[in-house]
Design a protein around this ligand. Structure first.
Ligand code: SF4
Length: 465
C-alpha cells in the first residue's frame, strides 16, 4: 500500500522506543530533532520524548507503555503525519532526506510495510489518532550499564562515563559544552531512573502481553550483552515458543557476552547484530574509549566464523566530526579482511553501514570548517573511483553473478550513501561550534592521556582560523 501522505512514517503505528532512564520516545532518533547550530533547541527541549497531560516527559517509572502509546503526544504525531505535516519530533528525518540522504523514516517504512498490514492499521486509527496497542517492534534500553565511555556518549547513556564525567566536566570552560553535556540530578527528569526496569511489574506484565504481536525486539542500550534482563527476555521468548517467528536486533559494542549467547540466538528467526565500530586502529580506540583494537578485530572474526546462519552481522558506524574523513580507509580495511558474512552485499553495498551522530552537537559533521569539508569530498571522490573498480570485493560467493555492476552503483547504501553523507555535511555550516569541540576534546584528552592532534593528524588544523 502507498503511504497516506508525503510526511508519513510507519513507526508511530508499530513502534515505541525507550531511553536508558525509562523515558519513552517516538523512535530512537526522534529526540535528536532539536539539535541545531545553536543550543536553542528547535521544536522545544525533549522533542520526540512522549509527554504526559501536564507536558512533562513521560517515563516508565511514572507511567506505563500501553497508555503512553495513545498519549496526546503520540496521537498528535500520527494526526500531523496523516495531514501531511512534519511533526517537530521528526525534523531530523525530513532534513536528512532534503540533503539526499536515505532517512530512517524511509528505510523503516519500507521495511515495515512488508511485515505489517498497513491498510488495517490505518482503518483502525481513530480521527483522534488512537491506534490499538499491538506493537510489532520495540526498542528496549535497560539502564546504562556499559564498559565503554565513547567520545560522543555521556553518563546519560553509559555508566562507563560516570567517573570520567565527574573529573572532566568541572574542567570544561565553554558554556555551550557545559549546557549540552550537563548531567543534572544524575540525569533524572520527572522521576526517571536507570533502574526503571527493576521492580516494575506493570512494565513486565504489559511487555509479555505484547510478545505475541511482536515481530522485532531491538536492544540498543546500555550494552545489552552484559545486561541480565536481555538474556531473560531471550529465554522467555524461547520458552513461550515465539522466538522462531521473531527477529532480534542489536547495536552493541561486542566487547563481551554470556557464553551461551550464540546458542540462544539459534532459536530466533533472524538475529541482526549491528557491531558498533567507528573507525580503525588507534582512531577507533580514541572514539570508542577504552576499547582495544586487537579485541575489536578479534570479535570481528569470531562473529564472522562462529555465529549461525540466521545471524546477520553488519558494522554500525556512527559518523561524526572525528571519523567522517577516515570512512574510506575503514571501508578499504573491511574489504581487505575477506570476511565471509560481515556486511556483505546488499548491506552497505559490501562496505559498512553508516548513521549520523547528532548529539553532542559539537561532534556533528556539520561543524567542520569548509576547507576540511572540501578535503573530505575530494577524498571520497577518489575513493569512489577506487571502490567502483573493486566493487566485487564486497560481494559474497553466494551472490556472485546475481548482482551487476550497474545495480551495485545504484544501491542506496554504497557510493550513493557516501555522496549523501558529504552533501549532508555540507548542507549547513555549524563551524561556530568548533571552539566547543576544541574545549571538549582537549579537556578529555588531558584526563585520559590521549592526543586528538596525533591520532587524527589530517585534522590538526581544524581549529585554526
Ligand atoms: S519520521 Fe523519523 S524521527 Fe519520526 S518516527 Fe519516523 S523514523 Fe523516527
Amino acid at each position: 500500500m502507498t503511504s497516506p501522505s508525503k510526511t508519513f512514517c510507519i513507526l508511530p503505528w508499530v513502534h515505541l522506543s525507550t531511553r536508558p532512564d525509562g523515558q519513552m520516545r517516538v523512535c530512537c532518533t526522534a529526540n535528536a530533532s532539536s539539535v541545531g547550530v545553536t543550543n536553542d533547541k528547535i521544536g522545544g527541549g525533549n522533542v520526540g520524548i512522549l509527554k504526559d497531560e501536564e507536558g512533562l516527559p513521560n517515563n516508565l517509572n511514572v507511567s506505563d507503555f500501553v497508555s503512553s502509546w495513545n498519549s496526546k503526544y503520540m496521537k498528535n504525531v500520527r494526526k500531523q503525519m496523516l495531514a501531511g505535516e512534519e511533526p517537530p519530533s521528526c525534523r531530523k528525518c525530513y532534513e536528512e532526506e532534503r540533503a539526499g540522504h536515505n532517512s530512517k523514516r524511509m528505510w523503516e517504512t519500507r521495511y515495515w510495510k512488508e511485515r505489517v498490514d498497513l491498510d488495517k492499521l490505518l482503518t483502525e486509527t481513530t480521527v483522534d489518532g488512537e491506534v490499538p496497542p499491538q506493537l510489532a517492534y520495540i526498542d528496549l534500553r535497560f539502564g546504562t550499564k556499559c564498559q565503554l565511555a565513547c567520545i560522543m556518549c555521556s553518563p546519560h547513556d553509559s555508566s562507563g562515563w560516570i567517573k570520567e564525567w565527574q573529573n572532566i566536566y568541572p574542567t570544561i570552560e565553554n558554556k555551550n559544552v557545559k549546557e549540552i553535556w550537563q548531567w543534572d540530578n544524575k540525569g533524572s527528569i520527572n522521576g526517571s531512573s536507570y533502574n526503571w526496569h527493576k521492580q516494575n511489574p506493570v512494565f513486565w506484565k504489559q511487555f509479555y502481553e505484547q510478545i505475541p504481536h511482536m515481530k522485532q525486539l531491538y536492544f540498543a542500550g546500555g550494552e545489552s550483552l552484559i545486561i541480565e534482563e536481555h538474556y531473560e527476555i531471550l529465554e522467555e521468548c524461547i520458552r513461550q515458543d515465539y522466538a522462531k517467528d521473531m527477529e532480534i536486533r542489536y547495536n552493541s559494542n561486542g566487547v563481551e557476552w554470556r557464553e551461551d549467547l550464540f546458542e540462544l540466538w539459534k532459536h530466533f528467526k533472524i538475529v541482526r547484530f549491528h557491531y558498533s565500530v567507528d573507525s580503525i586502529h588507534e582512531m577507533n580506540e580514541y572514539i570508542r574509549y577504552p576499547s582495544k583494537w586487537t579485541r575489536t578485530e578479534e570479535v570481528f572474526h569470531i562473529l564472522d566464523t562462529q555465529t549461525s546462519d540466521n545471524v546477520e552481522i553488519t558494522v554500525a558506524c556512527a559518523v561524526n566530526a572525528l571519523n567522517i574523513y577516515y570512512i574510506p580507509d575503514f571501508i578499504k580495511w573491511k574489504l581487505a579482511q575477506n570476511f565471509k558474512k560481515i556486511n556483505m552485499w546488499p548491506f552497505g553495498a559490501g562496505g559498512i553501514n553508516c548513521h549520523f551522530v547528532y548529539w553532542p552537537a559539537f561532534l556533528n559533521v556539520k561543524i567542520l570548517p569548509n576547507w576540511f569539508k572540501d578535503g573530505c569530498e575530494k577524498k571520497y571522490e577518489e575513493f569512489i573511483v577506487w571502490w567502483t573498480a573493486n566493487w566485487e570485493l564486497g560481494i559474497p560467493t553466494w551472490h556472485k553473478g546475481k548482482v551487476t555492476k550497474e545495480e551495485w552503483i545504484e544501491a542506496s547504501y554504497g557510493i550513493n550513501r557516501l555522496k549523501g553523507m558529504i552533501s549532508f555535511m555540507k548542507s549547513d555550516d555549524w563551524s561556530i561550534r568548533l571552539p566547543e569541540m576544541k574545549d571538549y576534546l582537549e579537556k578529555t584528552d588531558l584526563y585520559r592521556g590521549n592526543d586528538f592532534y596525533k591520532t587524527f593528524p589530517e585534522m590538526k588544523d581544524i581549529f585554526n582560523e
